[in-house]
Design a protein. Structure first.
Length: 225
């Protein structure tokens, strides 16, 4: 299997009845600005190719972001923040991610998620995260050049570390403590970084600023260079 085949499996998953119902229900009452648009309303697959050295692990698609556009972190404000930072650090070719087919290309970067379906209140249940876990495990097996992993928020950070440990990429038995700007060398030349998630809850309140997010991806770039 390659990542293209795996991403196709992700996009056709029906393992979580609650999330299947939710991702489809939100299309019935979209915000006024999206009325008339055709929603993807399926699991949103990861983005990138298996040659990437940087892996980003997010939480889950936004109901009116990836669940609408069909591309991870696309069409919502969290994605606006993430791709601006990636562009400035040299990990993508443009600073906007508005819709699938808009010309966006990742550079040495792969974006995955702890859950691939939009959950109610942005909170997937533990069993739902467990159902999605095999996808992340398989991605780690396929990303053979991986050197830096960035966990977005505590859920993304913890999911990334637990998966890295399960596939044997780290022998660390204790999960590192999440924090913004955290950096851990969890194996020889394999680093795990943490950042606050670029959610509106964090960006609107100033808990996460653009310079703070830039600093994380600048460090990722330095570790790869």
């Amino acid at each position: 299997m390659n990542v293209i085949e795996l991403q196709e499996q992700q996009a056709n998953c029906f393992r979580c009845p609650r999330l299947v119902a939710w991702r489809e229900a939100v299309t019935q009452n979209p915000p006024a600005r999206f009325r008339g648009e055709s929603y993807w309303a399926r699991p949103v697959p990861s983005l990138g190719d298996e040659r990437a050295q940087l892996l980003i692990v997010g939480l889950a698609p936004a109901a009116h972001g990836g669940n609408r556009t069909g591309r991870i972190f696309t069409g919502d404000r969290s994605g606006d923040w993430l791709f601006r930072a990636l562009y400035r650090a040299g990990f993508c070719n443009q600073e906007t991610s508005k819709f699938a087919g808009d010309g966006l290309e990742l550079i040495n970067c792969y974006i995955a998620a702890a859950a691939h379906c939009a959950p109610p209140d942005n909170k997937p249940l533990p069993e739902e995260l467990g159902n999605c876990r095999p996808f992340l495990l398989e991605e780690l097996r396929l990303l053979r050049d991986l050197r830096v992993v960035v966990g977005l928020g505590k859920i993304g950070f913890d999911a990334a570390f637990d998966a890295l440990r399960e596939v044997g990429l780290t022998k660390s038995k204790t999960r590192p403590k999440f924090g913004h700007g955290a950096k851990f060398e969890i194996a020889d030349k394999l680093f795990l970084l943490g950042t606050y998630h670029p959610s509106q809850q964090n960006t609107f309140t100033g808990r996460l600023t653009e310079p703070m997010l830039d600093a994380v991806f600048t460090r990722a770039k330095e570790l790869l260079d």
